[in-house]
Design a protein around this ligand. Sequence first.
Ligand code: AMP
Length: 185
Amino acid sequence: MRIVFIGPPGAGKGTQAERLVETYHMAHLSTGDMLRAARDAKTEVGQKAEQYMSAGELVPDEIIVAIIAERLRQDDCRKGYLLDGFPRTITQAEALDKMLAEQDTPLDVVLELKVPEEELFRRLAGRSRADDTPEVIRQRLVAYREQTEPLLEYYGRCRLLKSIDGLGTVEEIFDRARAVLDKLN
Ligand code: AMP
């Protein structure tokens, strides 16, 4: 299966993504993890990305698209993958469509984890990551609303979008995700 997993910061996407890739034997492609690894390794891309990440802004599309294009060429992606945190803009979604069309490997589903904004702010404020100051949190939510939310309509139009409620226990949310994915098989 090839899945795009969309959800605002603080929705619990990372936790669910880990369980999903384990259960369905997919590669886990998290652009946030890739960027943090690049930043910690102090690569050129990592240093450039850091300026945006620390401000809660999105890293420029061309950097992200290049990272994903290279990652999708790796062998483990043949068994299927879950894209976690990518695409986050319409430009990225269009670049992904183009890459997948060239390889004749369409997406199976775009899964949205829905959580109300007040709840996100509450959860994010309770985390202790260095980039989680109130101002950065606010900026990350704004970036989601303005740049990523339009993807819901984009994927809704091609009937790939399935949304699930992101409130509840980890187990409850996982069961909702599984119900969607099991229907595709
Ligand atoms: P995440 O762990 O997915 O919340 O990502 C952490 C940070 O990495 C984001 O706040 C962005 O600055 C950056 N980032 C991750 N994925 C993307 C993407 N697809 N496009 C642009 N920036 C991204």
